[in-house]
Write a new protein. Structure first.
Length: 187
């Protein structure tokens, strides 16, 4: 899980349609650009008020596309204004309404909703069937040469409800490069 639902949502927006390595790089540059420093000297992830004050130019300078910069600023504004009560959802979970509310927002699609609900709220039934790593993991699991489409992944994950996001997380691990284990010729 992310430290806060806001971090989960903005991290999901950051990671849309790019590799994990690219998303991590954007995240580091966002943290550096907003410059929040913990008393121990570490740079911190920006909260909604800080990110709402960030200019589009600063976000673009950190490497965000115009669309992602606009989305981050708008989501931050909605949280600050109380129109998107992410922290209140921790206290009183609105269920399926949370996903429906998020899906109404500019720059937030099905993958972003499912990923946010997983990372920000621990909701395990989001179908991450559109995720490239989920589809690669499923391809490897099934031993297929051909790519698995998002629709095929959706159908394959459906019987695992209400645990689809948990299964997707296992497929992420399946898709990741295998690390040598003790006794497998590693150092």
């Amino acid at each position: 899980m992310a430290a806060t639902p806001f971090e989960a949502l903005t991290w999901a927006v950051t990671g849309q349609q790019i590799s994990l390595a690219a998303a991590l790089s954007l995240r580091r540059r966002l943290i550096a650009a907003t410059g929040i420093t913990h008393s121990g000297g570490l740079l911190c992830y920006p909260d909604a008020p800080t990110l709402s004050r960030a200019s589009e130019a600063a976000l673009r300078g950190a490497g965000f596309s115009q669309t992602k910069a606009r989305t981050l600023r708008e989501l931050s504004r909605l949280v600050v204004d109380g129109a998107l009560p992410l922290d209140a959802w921790l206290e009183r979970w609105p269920g399926e309404d949370a996903g429906a509310r998020l899906a109404e927002l500019y720059g937030v699609g099905p993958w972003t909703v499912a990923y946010t609900l997983l990372r920000g709220f621990g909701w395990l039934d989001g179908s991450l069937h559109g995720d490239a790593a989920v589809r690669r993991g499923l391809r490897a699991l099934l031993g297929r040469d051909a790519a698995v489409s998002a629709e095929e992944a959706r159908r394959w994950l459906a019987p695992f409800s209400p645990w689809r996001a948990l299964v997707a997380a296992h497929l992420w691990a399946w898709a990741s490069p295998r690390q040598p284990k003790d006794g497998d010729g590693g150092p």
